[in-house]
Write a protein that binds this ligand. Structure first.
Ligand code: PLP
Length: 397
């Protein structure tokens, strides 16, 4: 017996929508923020540096630079690398727009590389094809929380004299060959938006071993203003100099207090994400129409997202209809992402369009992100499994 879909008037699996991701805020997080509010510091105080230190220690880099959000972190990278007009930077087509936008902010040109169809991670073979004499850098994205093929990407960057940046906004807690995400590329970026692994409301971080780049980014986040101590002594204590055009990309002490408190719980949360992913993997292992993305054993996945593909020809409905049916069942599925080169801005400004990255374009028609976040209960996970089975059975041939 096929159950009647909620979309068609049947009883939904869940009365209230289960989101695809959400933050976990405990009493200790609230206590940490209250303490800061009473301390007298609101914006840049000692807690920014403290968050940077604990974050750098966790990732295993010399430096961490905290900024106002993950997009600002990416912009700080393209700035610090001196990307400018005439420069090309290669990015995957399957990512959030910010990965490419940060190149355009600096006047550079994003060049879109296709992704591997099994993992939706940037394909190093296509990256190599897209390199020109103007290429300066590659920004790799650890899509869904799975580390990219860094062996190939690091070799390619080294042999072609390019800088490798990791947009690790999905990958806090992931590992590649014994290294934490954030400690693999020359520069790595993180976001602390509420759907990401740890939340500060808005927030971002860049990790690197390069102290010169870190210094540049610290100036950049503060309007391009330096407060060199020797100069300050010479000129009087009020003195500061604006040495380049920067932005106000500062993060507050309040947010950093939350970040420090959240980071302590990250290992536990990533473990829970992996548990949920394992349940999905088991439950969909033999499903004829639902195919989870492939996991490469070279990396340790942090599962920001759990993405499945709908196998073409197996259902009497397309992704759009399955998406709506699951939403009606109370399951907050999402689609990550519309390939960046298909956005109207990129099509009109850079002449990109369909056909440029066929694997990303095909995947985009088939993918769904299922809910995954640490505070999901086992009952929540089984609701998702049940709803997916219910909907796919209703649309089976
Ligand atoms: C979230 C995210 C960003 C941007 O982070 P914000 O903090 O929202 O600015 C950039 N790249 C990827 C891959 C992301 O998922």
């Amino acid at each position: 017996m096929v159950e009647q879909l909620a979309m068609h008037g049947g009883r939904p699996v869940r009365a209230q929508l289960l989101p695809y991701g959400r933050q976990t805020i405990d009493d200790d997080d609230i206590a940490a923020m209250s303490a800061i509010l009473r301390s007298g510091w609101l914006t840049t105080g000692p807690t920014v540096g403290e968050f940077e230190r604990v974050f750098a220690d966790f990732v295993g880099t010399r430096e961490a630079v905290a900024v106002s959000n993950g997009t600002a972190a990416l912009h700080a990278c393209t700035y610090a690398l001196g990307i400018g007009p005439g420069d090309e930077v290669i990015v995957p087509a399957m990512t959030f727009a910010a990965t490419a936008n940060c190149i355009v902010y600096q006047g550079g040109k994003p060049v879109f590389a296709d992704v591997h169809p099994d993992t939706l991670l940037i394909d190093p073979i296509d990256v190599e094809k897209k390199i020109t004499p103007r290429t300066r850098a590659i920004i790799a994205v650890d899509y869904a929380g799975q580390p990219c093929n860094y062996d190939a990407l690091l070799d390619l960057a080294a042999s072609r004299n390019l800088t490798l940046v990791a947009d690790a906004c999905h990958a806090l807690g992931a590992e590649f060959k014994g290294k934490q995400a954030g400690a693999i590329a020359r520069l790595s970026t993180f976001s602390f938006h509420p759907v990401k692994h740890i939340a500060t409301g808005e927030g971002g971080m860049i990790t690197t071993d390069d102290s010169d780049l870190a210094q540049k980014m610290r100036t950049f986040r503060n309007h391009g203003i330096t407060t060199d101590h020797r100069k300050r002594e010479r000129m009087g204590t009020w003195a500061y100099e604006m040495v380049d055009l920067g932005y106000n990309y500062r993060i507050t002490d309040i947010q950093c207090a939350l970040g420090i408190s959240q980071l302590k719980k990250l290992p536990r949360w990533v473990t829970r994400r992996r548990e949920i992913a394992r349940t999905y993997q088991e439950r969909f292992a033999n499903h004829p129409a639902v195919l989870p993305l492939k996991v490469d054993p070279a990396g340790v996945h942090a599962y920001h997202l759990f993405v499945v593909r709908l196998v073409p020809g197996r259902l009497k409905a397309d992704r759009r209809e399955v998406f709506s049916a699951l939403r009606a069942e109370g399951i907050g599925v999402q689609v990550h992402y519309i390939p960046v080169h298909l956005h109207p801005y990129y099509q009109s400004r850079f002449g990109t369009g369909p056909g440029l990255c066929p694997n990303a374009e095909t995947a985009y028609e088939q993918i769904l992100s299922l809910p995954i976040f640490p505070s999901m209960t086992d009952a929540d996970v089984y609701d998702v499994v049940r709803a997916v089975h219910k909907v796919t059975q209703a649309y089976a041939h």
